[in-house]
Design a protein. Structure first.
Length: 350
């Protein structure tokens, strides 16, 4: 992966609303022209999918084709939501959770593969990413209010069921079994990235759609043309101490830029801010990091690694990402300190 840094990432690091930052990106990008000189058009649609806000943008040879791409992406994301949602009682994920500690469930190859990949990322991150964290979700309310922490014993009792090793997979029969009764899996830390990948895939298959952005509330999947003179999409990087000031830019091609932040989903306890991202090992929400941005080819992997970095903390998170080829990270701490991995050389604007 090649990253060129010029004058854009105001979006990801500091705004109160992540979606607002991405909308600024979409609006700011110039109109596109293809190599033959034909004027390309860009159309966007904002809507709620998977319980969050999506902005789907298509650059195409005409408006009809652009909307065909957008509608195909919406249909694909809606399909994935029905598959992986833990809130939908009719989903395969809900069936797995209902059968925890009782019997294994046969699932589709697609869901089985997603769970299989999730376990591999758990192994890679030493359990910092773990889809079985879902059994702890009801303990906390991330509504920006001051709240007492749950009792330590209650957290410990539930935390004992959070363990990706207790997700047992049978590749031959496509059966999934959660060993402990009360265990649950959820895809909140990887599902949006997966949906962004799949939406991009269906858009690419439509003739005349030349590029686009799938913005899954912070999971940005970028591909295709900007203009005949530009192959890169430009994203601003804001000064964490002054979000109105762009301090650098990053240019990306056919990649993903995924940001997790505690701007909107958090609570405070005795004045300390707790993020919506839960540490699977301790059972407590994470602290110390304001946002994590991952740049890599795959939005699904970027989504999971952003969560894992929050859990690992600044030092261990940067160490992990620095070991991964083709992956870069930008971290903003609660003290507004900006830190990066070794190979993402920011071009600061004075």
């Amino acid at each position: 992966m090649t990253l060129k840094i010029n004058p854009l990432m105001r979006l990801f690091l500091n705004a109160d609303n992540q979606m607002t930052r991405f909308l600024i990106l979409l609006i700011s990008l110039i109109s596109c022209v293809n190599m033959s000189g034909q004027q390309l058009v860009r159309q966007s649609k904002e809507l709620k999918l998977m319980g969050t806000r999506f902005v789907i943008t298509a650059t195409a040879v005409n408006e009809t084709t652009a909307w065909k791409g957008i509608n195909a992406a919406i249909e694909e994301i809606s399909r994935i939501e029905k598959l992986i949602s833990s809130w939908d009682p009719n989903s395969e994920t809900s069936a797995i959770n209902r059968s925890a500690g009782i019997n294994p469930m046969v699932v589709s190859t697609e869901l089985f593969s997603l769970i299989e990949r999730s376990k591999k990322i758990s192994e890679l991150t030493s359990g910092a990413f773990d889809i079985s964290f879902a059994s702890m979700g009801h303990l906390y309310t991330f509504d920006k209010k001051e709240r007492p922490l749950p009792e330590d014993q209650l957290i410990e009792d539930i935390r004992s069921s959070v363990d990706w090793n207790k997700i047992v997979l049978n590749p031959e029969s496509k059966k999934v079994f959660l060993e402990d009764e009360g265990m649950k899996i959820g895809f909140g830390a990887i599902g949006k990235g997966y949906a962004a990948n799949m939406a991009q895939k269906v858009m690419r298959e439509i003739e005349g759609v030349k590029g686009g952005i799938i913005n899954a509330s912070g999971d940005l999947s970028i591909w295709g043309m900007v203009s005949n003179a530009e192959a890169s999409w430009t994203i601003k990087i804001a000064d964490p101490k002054d979000i109105d000031r762009a301090m650098a830019t990053i240019e990306v091609e056919n990649t993903s830029v995924v940001t997790s932040g505690n701007y909107e989903q958090y609570f405070t306890s005795q004045g300390k801010r707790f993020s919506h991202i839960i540490d699977p090992k301790s059972g407590y929400p994470t602290t110390g990091i304001k946002s994590v941005t991952i740049v890599c080819k795959d939005a699904e992997i970027g989504d999971a690694l952003a969560t894992a970095t929050f859990v690992l903390g600044v030092k261990d998170g940067l160490y992990m990402i620095n070991k991964l080829k083709g992956v870069e990270a930008i971290i903003v701490t609660d003290e507004d300190q900006l830190l990066t991995t070794d190979n993402i050389h920011l071009n600061y604007i004075k």
